[in-house]
Design a protein around this ligand. Structure first.
Ligand code: APR
Ligand code: PHB
Length: 393
């Protein structure tokens, strides 16, 4: 049986779900196809820092209630190196702040809102395939409970993340992939322990980078730089805590992270990727399907939400006027932001990590950069402006 919708959406991560919600608010129909179960998507722990602009987008879209109640507003971060901590005060430098609220909480809010308004989200589908994106009536095909289904769409949004199928649907020769791999990874844990600081701490250390973050007053989210070839069994709890204590230590003493049971752990490789352009015919890519950033600037979800904001505006303009001008300009509009955010994420990453091939000269230069970034008001403002999020144009 062939169903019909205006926008077919592949992927129920933050990008696909937010798009479907914004389209609903604009009176545009959509269907979301997701390969995993609702429980899986809602329980998937990812980053948790929302830019001020992302919070504003969610609020404007009527999704700000639980976020306002449970989100932790942070007016700054700390950068720690050579045994000393330096605060970057976002509030005084930019007048803005960030909010710590888990990505999976955003996903839960989006699913609940969409389903409450009769939205179509099909979980646990398989064999999703796209056809006819070069024509006027692209088709999404999938299998659900053993039956093959078809949806005729006006447009398809590829919101299926870094391992999805949509990016690969842009014919070869029409897309260029720009990529950088980093020679390190992050080992991340979620621990039942009160965070030792109210704000995030990004630490540069001879042994490698470490990050202290949190999800609530009783849950810490902590990361240590590790080798991308490392396996979790090489990192018993005691080694993780030792490295965290070592890398986050203050020369003057008086700081110690609290340990607690480790509830989740994982190793994330780090890479930067941009697909250009982010569209082909009637297929539009958003979020991780189009670009990946290393997590050091906490930009992944924020960038996804900005893409979706632009795409929903362009689709709304099309359905209002019949003109494709805004849709045609979608990729270029996104990419201006994407490349600036790529630059910032790359810069934070290279400044804070230990690179295996660094010479003593490189190490000295890195320390000088950290000294400059935490000592010059102009440099601090630049970091702060990027961290709280560039204005959506
Ligand atoms: N068919 C259907 N669904 C798919 C397919 C497929 N072939 N491939 C992937 N998916 C689903 C995944 O299961 C996932 O739920 O697409 C969704 C993509 O979601 P995310 O990976 O969360 O990507 P996105 O919505 O772009 O959000 C970007 O997520 O990965 C983090 O760090 C990233 O914070 C950033 C944010
Ligand atoms: C997180 O809380 O998971 C987190 C915070 C900041 C980052 C990356 C991840 O840069």
């Amino acid at each position: 049986m062939t169903q019909r919708t205006q926008v077919g959406i592949v992927g129920a991560g933050p990008a696909g779900l937010f798009l479907s919600w914004l389209l609903h608010r604009a009176g545009i129909e959509s269907v979301v196809l997701e390969s995993r179960s609702r429980e899986h998507v809602e329980g998937r722990i990812r980053a948790g820092v929302l830019e001020q602009g992302t919070v504003d987008l969610l609020k404007e879209a009527g999704l700000g209630k639980r976020l306002a109640r449970e989100g932790l507003r942070h007016a700054g971060i700390e950068i720690r190196f050579a045994g000393r901590g330096h605060r970057i005060d976002f509030e005084s430098l930019t007048g803005k702040a960030i909010t710590v609220y888990g990505q999976h909480e955003v996903v839960k809010d989006l699913i609940a809102a969409r389903l409450a308004h009769g939205g179509a989200i099909h979980f646990e589908v398989s064999d999703v395939a796209l056809e006819g994106i070069a024509g006027r009536r692209p088709v999404l095909r999938y299998t659900k409970a053993g039956e093959v289904q078809e949806i005729a769409c006006d447009f398809i949004a590829g919101c299926d993340g870094s391992h999805g199928i949509c990016r690969g649907m842009i014919p070869q020769g029409q897309v260029t992939l720009y990529e950088r791999l980093y020679p390190f990874a992050w080992l991340g844990i979620l621990a039942e322990a009160p965070p030792a600081s109210e704000e995030l701490i990004y630490a540069h250390h001879e042994s490698g980078f470490a990050l202290l973050s949190m999800r609530s007053p009783t849950l810490s989210r902590l990361y240590v730089q590790c080798d991308p070839a490392d396996e979790l069994n090489q990192w018993p709890d005691a080694r993780i805590w030792d490295e965290l204590h070592r890398r986050l230590t203050l020369a003057a003493g008086g700081f110690r992270i609290a340990e607690g049971p480790i509830l989740q752990r994982g190793i994330t490789p780090m890479r930067s990727l941009v697909a250009e352009p982010m569209q082909a015919g009637r297929l539009f890519l958003t979020g991780d399907a189009a670009h990946i950033v290393p997590p050091t600037g906490a930009k992944g979800m924020n960038l996804a939400m900005a893409d979706v904001h632009y795409l929903s505006e362009a689709l709304a303009a099309y359905y209002r006027t019949g003109a494709t001008t805004e849709l045609d300009g979608y990729s270029a509009r996104c990419l201006r932001r994407v490349w600036k955010v790529q630059r910032f994420s790359w810069w934070m990453t290279t400044m804070l990590h230990r690179h295996p091939t660094d010479s003593p000269f490189d190490r000295r230069r890195q320390l000088a950069e950290l000294d400059y970034v935490t000592g010059s008001e102009a440099a601090m403002r630049s970091l702060a402006e990027n961290y709280v999020g560039l204005t959506l144009d």
